[in-house]
Design a protein around this ligand. Structure first.
Ligand SMILES: Cc1cc2nc3c(=O)[nH]c(=O)nc-3n(C[C@H](O)[C@H](O)[C@H](O)COP(=O)(O)OP(=O)(O)OC[C@H]3O[C@@H](n4cnc5c(N)ncnc54)[C@H](O)[C@@H]3O)c2cc1C
Length: 254
């Protein structure tokens, strides 16, 4: 459990904000892969102090749930967008949506506010035999996709399908030779998040195999892409990393 504080907040696009957290504890975060994630603890509205659990095993959840609700922190999973040990800083990029606990905290976060993290590790593992790569996600997975792209200057041929809420959230992406980025924007409140990316993958001409695929975002997007790749395109299960980052209509427990 690492306690840090907010150093800076920056609006990136209408739907994204970056919060920089800093403190000596950053040195305890071992760099762990391009899509390294953390559990982020932050205060509820009106709370002055952040009460962090102390257990470093799964008992942390019990500790949090046993706290009175008024004293309990919010807990959400986020990607470490950048880690700068020398400056004792990490950046986290948040996809803002409505007045959710996470989005509201980002809007009210100010330098000096407390925030805690612990390491969740990473999922991205490009196997040595891969000759092509597929990266798919909605806005919650965009920070991880950007980090994955930045981490490898000599990637295999790669198709990226990045879905965002509006065209205003499209931004420049590091695209070395062989990387093609397809932006998809819903621009319409009626479309279920993830639908456009899933359909685009179904229609896409994918790179020559063996293919490695990484997919994250709304749960149906993650499972839908995996099912399509394994069932319709013959990609071995072990070569598809997938993660339902969130579930439509369900709030993260806590
Ligand atoms: C390993 C991992 C890494 C992640 N990295 C990031 C990251 O870097 N940046 C990031 O923004 N998110 C990331 N997420 C996703 C984030 O944890 C969830 O979106 C989380 O539910 C947000 O909490 P909340 O307080 O906004 O909403 P919650 O309280 O959990 O949910 C409230 C409502 O909002 C809906 N909702 C939740 N997330 C979204 C969304 N993204 N868009 C639209 N509606 C939503 C829910 O379905 C629910 O109806 C990651 C998740 C995982 C598991």
């Amino acid at each position: 459990m690492i306690t840090l504080e907010v150093r800076r907040c920056e609006s990136l696009t209408p739907g994204f904000a970056c919060v920089t957290l800093g403190g000596t504890g950053v040195r305890d975060l071992v760099p762990g892969g391009a899509d390294q994630a953390v559990r982020l603890f932050f205060t509820r509205e009106g709370q002055r102090e952040l009460r962090m659990p102390t257990a470093s095993n799964e008992a942390w959840m019990v500790q949090v749930m046993l706290m009175a609700k008024a004293a309990r922190p919010w807990v959400r999973n986020l990607t470490v967008r950048r880690l700068r040990p020398a400056e004792e800083e990490i950046d986290i990029e948040f996809a803002l949506h409505g007045d959710s606990p996470m989005s509201s905290w980002v809007r009210r976060a100010r330098p000096g506010d407390p925030a805690g993290i612990f390491d969740l590790g990473s999922m991205y593992r490009l196997p040595g035999h891969a000759r092509g790569r597929l990266l798919v996600g909605d806005e919650s997975a965009l920070p991880a996709i950007l980090s994955i792209l930045e981490a490898d200057p000599n990637p295999p041929p790669t198709e990226v399908f990045a879905e965002v809420a509006t065209a205003a959230d499209v931004r420049p992406v590091p695209a070395p030779a062989g990387v093609r980025v397809h932006w998809l924007s819903r621009d319409d409140v009626g479309i279920r998040p993830g639908t456009l990316a899933l359909e685009a993958v179904r229609q896409a001409e994918l790179p020559e195999g063996p293919l490695y695929a990484w997919v994250a975002g709304e749960s149906r997007l993650a499972t839908g892409v995996r099912r399509h790749l394994v069932g319709d395109r013959g990609v071995p299960k072990r070569d598809v990393s997938f993660y339902g980052y969130w579930r439509l209509g369900r709030s993260t427990p806590g």
